[in-house]
Design a protein around this ligand. Sequence first.
Ligand code: MSP
Length: 673
Amino acid sequence: MSQQKFYITTPIYYVNARPHIGHTYTTVVCDALARRHRMLGDDTLFLTGTDEHGQKIERSAAANGKSPQQFTDEVSAEFRGLWDRLGISYDQFIRTTSPEHKRGVQEMFLLLQEKGYIYKGSYTGQYCVFDELYADDNTPGTPCPVCGRPTETVQEENYFFKLSSMAEPLLKYYEEHPELIYPETRRNEVIAFVKSGLRDLSISRTTFKWGIPVPNDPAHVIYVWLDALCNYATAVGFGSDDAKDKARYDHYWPASVHMIGKEIVRFHCVYWPAFLLAAGLPLPEKIVAHGWLLFEESKMSKSRGNIVRSETILDVLGADALRYFLFREIPFGQDGSFSFDALVQRYNSDLANGLGNLASRTLSMIHRYFEGAVPEAAAKFAGAGEDTACFDPKTAEAAIAGFSQKFDEFNFNGALVDLWSFMATVDDYITKNTPWKLASSAEPEAQEKLRTVLYNCAEALRIITVLAHPVIPDSTKKIYTQLGLGDMAKADLNSLAWGQFQTGTRLGTVEAVFPRADKSAIERMQQMEEERKIAAAPAAEPSAPNTAPVVEGAAPADGHMPLAPQITIDDFVKIDLRVATVLTAEKVEKADKLIRLTVDLGFEQRQIVAGIAKAYAPETLVGRKVVIVANLAPRKLRGIESNGMIVAASFGEHGTPALASFLEEVPNGSRLK
Ligand code: MSP
């Protein structure tokens, strides 16, 4: 047993968005690595959590009519709930709003201050609230270098971190630790970025409150990235006076692997190492950046409406189908594409027909021919040999070594390709030996061959199951139990050598692990995604907010919905609200919230789909005047195109809709201003 420490982290996810398969990707990659290290006997700590401070969260909370604390509590719980449903084996879940984390961040601030790396200065620059990033270019209106959104001009007296003085130490560190940043392309980009010169970094803000106060100067909150990055250290006890926490910190810090998406490389590979070097603290051993998961070739985003939730896949195909797809389909480090078609295809070919088929063939033959007890291989056919019944142990040893090496180098899809090609060798071996024919022969040699073939298949299956366990934990656990091997948690990756399967082991009950999925699975998942989108949207469409200001850090005392962020008149005039009359209305089949309407705008008629069926019977709508958002991009709901949106107030716990209407007679097509 290697008994090494293995401390792995995911990024902590912003709670302004709900979890989707992009977040799941990073998390399952870390989960598989953590599982593999536990199976190697390593002292493993797997950390994940949520990033809950900053202006972006404050604004999202307001837009959702919640206090920041209530909003972060809810979304953080959603992340945690999803990880639990997915069987993510995290050991610790950190929230940046926890008192331990806050104290640790303030300690870090004080430490950097004490070491002379912090000063107060004034700042005018461009800031992207979405990425919580200062643009290098200070020209007003410059787009964010990461997401391209317009930056906002911020002018403040701030605390600054002397990042400019860290360029040389950083370059020296990268040089001396070539293993720090992976893959190589990211390392090269980081070095080029640092070589191009670093400017001091503003590390406090005064224009909003939702953050950790600067020690001794509470008018400032600490820059959200300094706050967030510290989570990796505060989670294991950094900043605590308690002896136990200190010991824990000394034991686990520095982290073995920070796993991140490629868009946050700068924060992890420049800022974080710079803070740590300045504070005199050890740097993480490795920062690994993966690529982006795209949906059918395009970036997933709320505005494109193409975000895929993991829950949909969990409900239809189970967690392992998603996990296997993510590892097998995406060349690690590069961008990869997700689609429901590709998911189902991969599931059927590799899991249902591949592993599932090998397991059910092997297990059912052992049941049929040997009453469910693993037979003994005949000495005569043991090891490599000319006879088709011989199975060269070197094939298995090469598969084990190849898989392990590739997996540990983050080449997950390569590792799985190799393991599945080993599986194909075993399938071939079965086909060549036709055990069903051997079984029907009374010849002693045929019986010896049959024993050997089925022993070898069971042994190969054991090895495949143990190796694949970190990637597809649920199904391998089932196969392992069916093999009669008991508790998979005790499976040890260090003792995988060929020939360990105990003859006479009694198999468990055999059941199909991966039932085949047909086309309807794809349709079901697509439909569920649409329903989820509708459910996540306000019941009808957004209501006019009340007028009281947002109360920070607490739910408004009277329960009113706080105001959405301020907009200008220019923003408002972009929304074209028109009066229309409902001509027809009918319920959308198999969608209990939806009504399909045709409305008359005076100058044209249109079809609109609205989520108001729980509040209105379709026939009561015909002839009624309504207000619609007439210039909203068309979108499909349940396959039906909706060309606009009906305006309604939303009230009560369940967001009951009430259609906006007029006391006066208003002609169709009139604009609301
Ligand atoms: N809160 C910061 C991270 C702070 S870490 C100290 C943040 N949060 S985030 O919610 O935006 O999560 C970003 C991470 O989620 C990415 O780095 C990546 O790990 C994962 N992904 C989110 N969408 C993704 C894809 N579409 N594809 C792959 N991973 C993606 O940034």
